[in-house]
Design a protein around this ligand. Structure first.
Ligand SMILES: O=C(O)CCC(=O)C(=O)O
Ligand SMILES: [Fe+2]
Length: 318
């Protein structure tokens, strides 16, 4: 009977009794929560939640991490022979006319510190500094293309030879252009040797440019240097890309590492003044540049085509 009365209170007091029961239950629940919040179990639960979210964050960050393997670090000196990493060629080259003695049959990437001295890199960096001091991008990435004359200015480009006219003779010397050519010839020779090509069947192609990157916020798409890309797709004529670094990762700037984005992870080359990194330009070498976090990074992109129709002359004083 008692049970019956508790389940179904009858009469005038019934609603009052139900309310009391509900209030009592609510109070008991409230004090149970307060008890739990102050208990050791709550601390354990909190710890588990913190550890799990920390773990999730770590997994997220490491999935997004810039680097899984460093191919060549800033401190190493790769000399006298290039360090070579072979990768299978992509199908890209099948979609273009093939040029025997030049079209990649072996693909890969390589790094050498022995064909451009640090003094030569310094001279080229000063040349870039002088040229870029004429203008420069408002965002973090400026280029100077001595062949076409393109120079970043604010949010666009100008032609230095037209814009500055005679004044250019006070900024660059014949020796500067000669050094560019000497270095280009050496790079061409090492690429030919590494990939088993005839250097006479490779041609400098455009664009070929000095780049200056710092951590200033991008103002236009041209400043967004960090996007993954395939040079053969982006630039069309490229078959072999080379990058000559003019400043040092870690001391002149941070971030700014070159990253090959392979299907099984990222592989990076750390810039070092005088270091030449070169690779076949197809999909097998999808890459990007890590964002520069401080300092200024200088480099030159010097690229080669197998198609004589896309050949350009070495930059020269107008
Ligand atoms: O400066 C670099 O390290 C890479 C530049 C690049 O990817 C390019 O010019 O296509
Ligand atoms: Fe590139």
């Amino acid at each position: 009977m008692a049970l019956l009365r508790m389940r179904a209170p009858q009469g005038a007091n019934a609603t009052e009794i139900e309310k009391k029961i509900k209030r009592g239950n609510a109070l008991r629940q409230g004090s149970a929560w307060r008890g739990f919040l102050g208990s050791r179990w709550f601390l354990v639960l909190l710890l588990v939640v913190v550890l799990m979210s920390g773990g999730a964050m770590w997994i997220y960050l490491s999935l997004d991490s810039e680097v899984t393997e460093t191919l060549v670090s800033r401190g190493e000196l790769v000399s006298p022979h290039p360090r070579i990493y072979s990768v299978p060629c992509s199908e890209d080259y099948n979609n273009h006319k093939r040029y025997p003695g030049c079209t990649p049959q072996k693909c890969g990437r390589a790094v050498t510190d022995s064909i451009v001295t640090r003094e030569e890199a310094e001279t080229l960096k000063r040349l870039a500094e002088r040229g870029l001091a004429l203008a420069g991008s408002e965002g973090g990435a400026s280029i100077l293309d001595l062949h076409s004359g393109a120079l970043s200015m604010g949010k666009q480009f100008v032609n230095i030879y037209r814009y500055f006219g005679e004044q250019i003779g006070e900024v660059f010397t014949e020796e500067d252009f000669q050094l560019y050519k000497d270095v280009r010839v050496r790079i061409q020779a090492v690429i030919a040797e590494t990939f088993g090509l005839d250097p006479a069947l490779m041609y400098l192609t455009k664009p070929t440019f000095f780049s200056r990157i710092n951590s200033t916020i991008a103002q236009t798409q041209h400043d967004e240097y960090w996007h993954p890309h395939i040079d053969k797709v982006t630039y069309g004529s490229f078959d072999y890309t080379s990058l000559l670094y003019l400043s040092d990762y870690g001391s002149d700037f941070s971030g700014g590492r070159f990253i090959f984005m392979d299907p099984n992870g990222n592989r990076t080359v750390e810039p070092r003044a005088g270091r030449v990194s070169f690779f076949s330009s197809g999909t097998e070498n999808l890459h990007r540049v890590e964002k520069v976090s401080w300092g200024t990074r200088f480099a030159i992109t010097v690229s080669f085509t197998c198609d004589p129709a896309h050949a350009i002359a070495d930059p020269a004083m107008p």
